[in-house]
Design a protein around this ligand. Structure first.
Ligand SMILES: Nc1ncnc2c1ncn2[C@@H]1O[C@H](COP(=O)(O)OP(=O)(O)O)[C@@H](O)[C@H]1O
Ligand SMILES: Nc1ccn([C@@H]2O[C@H](COP(=O)(O)O)[C@@H](O)[C@H]2O)c(=O)n1
Length: 306
């Protein structure tokens, strides 16, 4: 939560130089040393010749137990970010198809184990999306426990990608894709009650089979894989979709990040310096009209050289 509050205070932009030649001839600005704050590759190229590298989408991982409200939380965040392009990718889409033998004994199959997902395929799709390519994502049918063979969901390039699922924090390669990790933390009794209702109404199950699967696979996998992955979360949302304050804060944080993102698109050599107490302190000092000239020069120089 500290990160959310910290960023809400505002980011610090260094090396805001659209035209290098114009600025280097300006007498009022320091010359070469300050360029240490810029992206060196683009700063080295003459302005106008460097083609800015495309900015990558902001990737948010949303993890939590079954029926904790992950999808609900994602929908609420997407609603709040209506002025940005946001796509939702569900880990469920990457469930492996079952062999004939597995299908015959589906009640024996553990859908809550990490091996139930084709994580390599998920990584491939996410890699393409991050590099600006659109992808076709499988559509999973929970009633028949298989992917629809003919249809896919086309996911286009976007500013924000939300990746949601029970085990999205399990594999480090998947975690490493994420700029922000959210864990939806809802009481186990509430989750079980919701799961019974959802699976009987929407997923073609009967109550007994839901309870049997829950006790045999869902709860043990929650204890073994999902709960231990909570430690990777940047933000934990107690009560899921009921927690409007947390969702507002998260949406505000993402908007701040996207603002930086837009600025970086305009100015390819801009470098965003992460906010720290030290940096905030130095900004406070150099804005103080009482500051002495040597201190002003000292702290400005430290900020510029970061
Ligand atoms: N805050 C809530 N209050 C009441 N029902 C909820 C709430 N959040 C989710 N649900 C219901 O619980 C079920 C599971 O929610 P969902 O968001 O799909 O969870 P998940 O994606 O974690 O499986 C759905 O039927 C949904 O309508
Ligand atoms: N054929 C399947 C595939 C998955 N499940 C269960 O779905 C749960 C994950 O989805 P949530 O929306 O609840 O996050 C998981 O716990 C699997 O047990 C299934 O029942 N059948």
């Amino acid at each position: 939560m500290e990160d959310v509050l910290d960023s809400a205070v505002g980011a610090h932009f260094s090396g805001l130089r659209r035209d290098l030649r114009r600025l280097s001839s300006s007498s009022s600005l320091p010359s070469s040393p300050s360029s240490a704050t810029c992206n060196d590759a683009s700063a080295a190229a003459p302005s106008g010749l460097a083609s800015p590298a495309p900015r990558q989408p902001f990737v948010i991982g949303v993890c939590g137990g079954t029926a904790s409200g992950k999808t609900t939380v994602c929908d609420m965040i997407i609603q709040q970010l209506h002025d940005h392009r946001v796509v939702l990718v569900n880990q469920d889409s990457f469930y492996r198809g079952l062999t004939e033998e597995e299908s015959e004994h589906v009640e024996e199959y553990n859908f809550d184990h990490p091996d139930a997902f084709d994580t390599d395929q998920l990584l491939e799709c996410m890699g393409k999306l991050k590099s600006g390519q659109s992808v076709n994502i499988p559509i999973y049918d929970f009633k028949n426990h298989r992917r629809c063979s003919e249809s896919f969901r086309k996911v286009n390039v976007s500013d924000v990608i939300i990746l949601e699922g029970i085990l999205v924090f399990h594999d480090q390669r998947v975690r490493d894709l994420m700029d922000m990790k959210i864990f939806v933390d809802t009481d186990a009794d509430i989750r079980l009650a919701r799961r019974i209702r959802r699976d009987t109404v929407e997923r073609g199950r009967d109550v007994l089979s839901v309870l049997e699967q829950y006790g045999r696979f869902v709860k043990p996998a929650f204890d073994d894989f999902i709960l231990p992955s909570k430690k990777y979360a940047d933000v934990i949302i107690p009560r899921g979709g009921d927690n409007h304050v947390a969702i507002d804060l998260i949406a505000q944080h993402i908007r701040t990040k996207l603002g930086q993102h837009d600025l970086c698109k305009l100015y390819p050599n801009v470098c965003v310096v992460q906010t720290t107490f030290q940096i905030r302190g130095m900004h406070t000092l150099i804005r103080d009209r009482e500051i002495t000239t040597p201190d002003f020069v000292f702290y400005s120089d430290r900020l510029i050289r970061r």
